[in-house]
Design a protein around this ligand. Sequence first.
Ligand SMILES: Cc1cc2nc3c(=O)[nH]c(=O)nc-3n(C[C@H](O)[C@H](O)[C@H](O)COP(=O)(O)OP(=O)(O)OC[C@H]3O[C@@H](n4cnc5c(N)ncnc54)[C@H](O)[C@@H]3O)c2cc1C
Length: 393
Amino acid sequence: MDLELSPDDLCFRDDVRALISATFPPPERFDGSRAHEDRWRQAMAAKGWAANKWPVEFGGPGWTPAQAFVWERETTAAGLPPQVGGMGMGMLAPILFAYGTPEQQARFLPAILEDRERWCQGYSEPGSGSDLASLRTRAVRDGDAYVVNGEKIWTSGAHTADWMFCLTRTSDEARPQAGITFLLIDMRAPGVAVHPIISIDGRHAFNRVTFDNVRTPLENRIGEEGRGWTYAKGLLTHERTGQAFVSLSLELLAGLKEAAAALAGPDGASLLDDPSFAARLALAEMELKALEMTELRTLWQVQAGSAPGAQSSILKLKGAEIVQRMTEFFVECAGPYAAPWFPEVAGPAPVPPVGPPWVRRELARYFEGRAASIAGGTDEIQRNIIAKHVLHL
Ligand SMILES: Cc1cc2nc3c(=O)[nH]c(=O)nc-3n(C[C@H](O)[C@H](O)[C@H](O)COP(=O)(O)OP(=O)(O)OC[C@H]3O[C@@H](n4cnc5c(N)ncnc54)[C@H](O)[C@@H]3O)c2cc1C
């Protein structure tokens, strides 16, 4: 595997940088708003890069692994999402490519690509998170439709989604994994109710979603009845491959070095000059480098046509650990300022903020980073998968 960028890759990198600075001319930066997302999606679409992880036959750009790597690094370093279009773009589309009918592909993929329809993921239920195969939301066939009853929880973005890709139970007879069916459910169908869950930071990202006799046409079933577990497993490996957080950790590391270098003690030496801090940071950087190599190896294998498999659990587990360690370093740098006032939680601050300018942003990322060990399958579940499928224990 050759990790050196070729002259063509360097030209491509210049193209990417030009697109970024033309879309968000410095000092303007992407702010995460829908307006900025739209601007970024349109700029990518004009180059044919909006669905940059999709195969060519479905409108992807057909990048080499090196180009995909350059894209991910350059966009993340500039604070831009490598892709917009959320779970539809990144998680459902690969399932539609592999298991959707031509009609399903024609119906749903263009709307994902043009960001006309947003998707949420209906997997977890109360009591069925890690033990997902025990899920109980039931789908019963009735003429030309399934009638769905039950509830989902921790459904990110359900309140803004048009559709949910959902795991439902259609049979209790075989082993639990065999009786699961993958359905696409219209969030505006009668009987679907979204109940907000407000998190400790005051944000509304999660929901509980209930289904009361929701009719879902048979044509919205992916693949065969009872085979949903197989399809979902494929999708989870894609989700976890994208959760190595390498670009994010690289961005954090760069900011961290800057912040630590600027923090001078009474003797004028910076925190970066502290041998203990510098040694721990160097160790984290080496681990990040090793993770980056593993991610690249996986990327190359996926591009060559093989499924990521259990390797994606290694990426997710180590990726979460390293991103959390980077944010912990920021807490250390912040020292006595590591408990900033968050107006979203505590209301308007009574006094002007104190401490370095990055404190609020990085401390928010420290708290958010805890979710990396849970979402998409917990650390313990990744270890179980590695033990079974990699170490054959
Ligand atoms: C930010 C975020 C976004 C999310 N978004 C979505 C979403 O959009 N859609 C969706 O469906 N779900 C979503 N989830 C839910 C997520 O998938 C579940 O939280 C996760 O699968 C864990 O399930 P649980 O919360 O029920 O915990 P549990 O499964 O109850 O686990 C509790 C603890 O027990 C441990 N444990 C459980 N089983 C084992 C075992 N066999 N061996 C060892 N340890 C074990 C776990 O590791 C964990 O520490 C999201 C979660 C987060 C944090």
